[in-house]
Design a protein around this ligand. Structure first.
Ligand code: CTP
Ligand code: MG
Length: 383
């Protein structure tokens, strides 16, 4: 990316975020691992903004300080009763620190740097610039519940933020704004003051998170882990597979109940959250786990994943053996595993295969299991 012209940034985060329906105002809700507000502040600071002024409502100053801890060059100012008033307060506080200012909604956490580059480039020839996207649906003008008229979609654009202006122009435009109408954005304020606004290409990633579903749908963060385990078969042992006692003339030997399938699932879950393996967490020599049934390992692995901000998405286990036949026990195994994982039956699959009498499983010396697990970011951690 070419060096950017000198710019400052205003981020408005003084709204109530009512439509998102969280107890916290949406700008402080964790999303992809950190408070929503922190994302765009970090991006602008990282892009070299001379100063970042953030408008915060008077009663959320502590929340904002915690959300932005450790980021240099950020100043908080009290916001106003409307978005326009919040922007104006931030611009007044900013002062002419840089010739250009980018004004941005905290509710749009994902700011692709190429958009910033396009906006600042457009300011070389224009008084203002906004990122826009075309519409895909056709357009109706509503008259109550009836279609009153239509509009030409080709002429319409969705307008996003950040919006870029020459600092002195936009400050004067905000001072001149009468406040009789509500301003949806700063381009409207600038146009009312007679400025020409260039349209540059926006980006879907700039979408504004508005409703509860915006925080939980779409780009779910999914992590995948795999697990593999083998135990030896011996006479006189119980055969536990997927937490189910399977009648058979031999059973598996080894640590705890030697439930090879559950061990593979534990490793898949630990692998998906990059938290080591079964030996790290349940060493055979540790009295806490001695003779513990393997279902305790599963419950513990799920708890570790949850602490890391994930829930189980789905699990798929394959048992590899000539005997016993798994099919008659498969549904019981799925149900048991789903119960241990705390998920729905539909999220669990148990399969079995032989190795055509080849190798140690083919000779009946042992049973192998492999598992794949997905973990999905928990909604309250933001996805
Ligand atoms: N905003 C602001 N000051 C206000 C109102 C809004 O700084 N008085 C900010 C919001 O914090 C948000 C941006 O303007 O970053 C866009 O507003 P919107 O998405 O409507 O957020 P809220 O007004 O907070 O949400 P809602 O309308 O759902 O209550
Ligand atoms: Mg609002």
């Amino acid at each position: 990316m070419a060096p950017l012209p000198r710019f400052a940034a205003v981020i408005v985060a003084a709204g109530k975020g009512l439509r998102a329906g969280h107890t916290l105002p949406k700008q402080f809700v964790p999303w992809r691992g950190k408070p929503l507000l922190r994302h765009s502040v970090e991006t602008f600071a990282g892009l070299g903004a001379g100063e970042v002024v953030v408008a915060i409502s008077a009663d959320a100053q502590d929340l904002a300080r915690a959300a932005l801890e450790g980021i240099a060059g950020v100043r908080l100012v009290p916001g106003g009763a409307t978005r326009q008033e919040s922007v104006r307060a931030a611009l007044e506080a900013l002062g002419p620190a840089a010739p250009y200012v980018l004004i941005h909604d905290a509710a749009r956490p994902d700011v692709p740097p190429p958009v910033v580059e396009r906006l600042l480039a457009a300011l070389q020839d224009h008084e203002g610039a906004v990122p826009v996207l075309p519409l895909v649906d056709s357009i109706a003008i509503a008259g109550g519940a009836l279609m009153a008229s239509t509009a030409d979609r080709e002429a319409l654009r969705r307008v996003q933020t950040p919006q870029a202006f020459r600092f002195s122009d936009i400050l004067a435009a905000h001072r001149a704004w009468t406040g009789e109408r509500s301003a949806g954005d700063d381009a409207q304020v600038a146009r009312a003051a007679g400025h020409e606004i260039a349209l540059v290409e926006g980006d879907e990633r700039l979408r504004k998170l508005t409703f509860a579903a915006d925080f939980s749908s779409g780009d779910a963060m999914v992590r995948i882990g795999t697990g593999f385990d083998v135990h030896r078969l011996a006479p006189g042992e119980e055969l536990w597979l997927c937490g189910v006692l399977v009648p058979h003339d031999e059973g598996l030997t080894g640590h705890s109940d030697a439930d090879v399938a559950l061990h593979a699932v534990v490793d898949a879950i630990l692998g998906a959250s990059a938290q080591g393996d079964i030996g790290d967490h349940f060493p055979p020599g540790d009295a806490r786990w001695k003779d513990a049934s393997s279902d305790k390992f599963i419950v513990h692995a799920v708890a570790l994943a949850e602490e890391a901000g994930y829930r189980v998405g789905n699990v798929d286990v394959t048992l590899i053996c000539e005997a016993p036949r798994i099919a008659p026990h498969r549904e019981a195994m799925r149900a048991r595993l789903a119960g241990l994982l705390g998920v729905d039956l539909k999220q669990v699959s148990v399969k079995a295969t032989t190795t055509e009498r080849l190798g140690f499983t083919g000779r009946g010396e042992g049973i192998a299991a492999q598992a794949v697990a997905t973990l999905v970011s928990r909604e309250d951690h933001g996805i």
